[in-house]
Write a protein that binds this ligand. Structure first.
Ligand SMILES: NC(=O)c1ccc[n+]([C@@H]2O[C@H](COP(=O)([O-])OP(=O)(O)OC[C@H]3O[C@@H](n4cnc5c(N)ncnc54)[C@H](OP(=O)(O)O)[C@@H]3O)[C@@H](O)[C@H]2O)c1
Length: 245
């Protein structure tokens, strides 16, 4: 798919990797970008800097009515970027209650699935198009300090495979993006090296143009992915050192 002239929708586009996607889509010649956020007032500077190209949408991906309404308003979309995500940085056992785990599942799995379901007919009507799901390297190995987030991203990884298979007959490409740590609010407590959000957006958008299925942006993601291919148990043991507390 060519990005020049594309009509895209980016969820969670008010900050972090989502905002980087918007910047890079503009640079690559997107015709129209629906920028979606839970609070549309957080999008005002993006909209005023790019009049005519950027259209704001109020969208909480866990709200089925808002998801349905977004698909009705953005019926010309050919590239759907499911970027919105939540990470409570909490453990599976050493945490009071399941509220964080449920919120992560509702956002990272059910919310992303709702978006794919709502936009599948839109993409079909527009010739097939592409879905980019922003997952995580933690889709593939559990980090105990973010144990419940890792579980939700693993569910989304499996969802990505299933949706790819289901939508192949309507010629919709489905791409999974598995970054390591990225320098955004979500990873502010992480002290190691972090990828730049713009580099993650670049890698994902290049995959759209090159019709790749799985993207591992950055050194950390590539090293973990390679380690998993060589010996998944070794990687699991390395990650098991990062326990909560
Ligand atoms: N940062 C990392 O190290 C890292 C690594 C791998 C993967 N990722 C993934 O990259 C994606 C973007 O994260 P980020 O790093 O840019 O984090 P971020 O700066 O915390 O941004 C998260 C974005 O998701 C939005 N969001 C959260 N829940 C939502 C909901 N229910 N409906 C709609 N929007 C919602 C937030 O909106 P509000 O402003 O309203 O909260 C915000 O725009 C996520 O899927 C994340 O899991 C991040």
């Amino acid at each position: 798919m060519k990005l020049d002239g594309v009509v895209a929708l980016v969820t969670g586009s008010n900050r972090g990797i989502g905002m980087a996607f918007v910047e890079r889509l503009i640079a690559r010649g997107a015709k129209k970008i629906y920028v979606a956020a839970r609070d549309a007032s957080t999008l005002s500077s993006l909209v005023s800097a790019n009049p005519g190209v950027i259209l704001p949408l109020t969208l909480d991906i866990t709200d089925q009515d808002q998801v349905t309404s977004a698909a009705r308003q953005a019926e010309d979309v050919t590239l759907l970027i499911n970027n919105a995500g939540a990470n409570s940085n909490t453990a599976l056992i050493a945490i009071d209650g399941l509220d964080n785990a449920r919120r992560e599942m509702e956002t990272n799995y059910f919310g992303t699935l709702s978006m794919c379901r709502a936009f599948a007919p839109v993409l079909k009507n527009n010739g097939g198009g592409t879905i980019v799901n922003v997952l995580s390297i933690l889709s593939l190995v559990n980090l105990p300090a973010s144990g419940s987030y890792s579980v939700s991203k693993a569910a989304a990884y499996s969802m990505n495979q299933g949706i790819r298979a289901e939508l192949s007959s309507q010629k919709t490409k489905v791409i999974g993006v598995m970054p390591g740590a990225v320098d955004t609010d979500m990873a502010k407590a992480f002290e190691g090296p972090k990828e730049k959000p713009l580099d993650v957006a670049d890698a994902a958008l290049q995959a759209v143009e090159d019709a790749l299925e799985d993207v591992y942006p950055g050194e950390m993601a590539r090293a973990v992915s390679q380690g998993l291919a060589e010996n998944a148990k070794v990687v699991e043991r390395e990650f098991s050192a990062y326990i909560p507390g």
